[in-house]
Design a protein around this ligand. Sequence first.
Ligand code: LLP
Length: 385
Amino acid sequence: MEKGAFSPEKFKNIATPFYYYDVELLSKTLKAVKEEISKYGFSQHYAVKANANQNILKQIATAGFGADCVSGNEIKAAANAGFPTSKIVFAGVGKTDKEINLALDYNIFCFNVESLPELEVINSLAEKKGKVASVALRINPNVDAHTHEYITTGLNENKFGFSLTSLEHVIYAIKSMSHIQLIGIHFHIGSQITEVDTFLPLCEKVNELQDLFESKGVALQHVNVGGGLGIDYDDPNNNPVADFKSYFELFHKHLQLRKGQHLHFELGRAIVAQCGSLITRVVYVKEGDSKKFVIVDGGMTDLIRPALYQAYHKIENISSNLPAEKYDIVGPICESSDVFAKDYEINKTTRGDLLALRSAGAYGEVMASQYNCRELPKAYFSDSL
Ligand code: LLP
């Protein structure tokens, strides 16, 4: 069974469970994005929601990317980590007055606005500060992302963005808002999209909508197509870096930018997922009537994706090279859904072994909770162990 390059020796004195980040892999990933994106002059704003660990944020900021934030605290976290506020976009269906004021004070690049009432509030708060807020309209393109229903966002039934039918009215309404400057349009159809062709209908929809805006005399400087590029959860060892080449190339080929227009992306998962693993220790191996359970000290409070989205994370026993056996690998939380994998083969396991749950760098640590009065998992980095 192929395994990642972990040395359990290094982890000997660290209390489990914890997140372990391979900073060299993150750096390699960032380099790959830079290389592909710079071919076309596009901009990438890292989706902070995927992983807001300050060390991770700092490394991404140092690589020169912007940030995509969905709360006031994410804006603060991004600014603290060194992202220039002039490269911060702020999205979210329910921005509060406090968050909007904070974003105005930080002079962020752009608000991705999702509704008319939100536009009105931003206009009046900007007016009070004597500022003009730059906004992009988040449009729900009604495009199917063919991904898990909880992480699809671009269908009419989802809560996000302006519907296509409301656009003419919004364009008209914006004209009377003196403290709003409409600079662009924004989309995000969903997450963990592994077939890049899934983005084709989005490109077509954007091209169509550009015509609509043009016909209404609105010149847009920016188009933002969000994030969503998926990663290989099945085989992180052989595919540690996502296919950024095909992804950016697809947009270059199929999205017709108007003269002087700039294209933006908000990738999150594809940047950070593969560099992170949840390391957890086996507390007990329990023989059930029909199965064997490996009970580990990490649970759904540390990595909720399997319980919430039936997500798959590859699991490796990094302490054992014995022949593989089949187990249910479960956490200690008092919920039946606290299961990482069922009937899963890992090297024969005994109490005290360390397991690595792979591809956990995105939506892992950042979604941890303290349910059952548990401690939040700590994070360690390959360059300081
Ligand atoms: N932009 C917007 C507007 C978004 O809503 C998202 C993710 C992104 C960018 C970044 O998407 P990414 O490149 O990471 O796919 N917790 C779920 C994923 C939720 C994604 C929410 N929006 C999971 O663990 O799979």
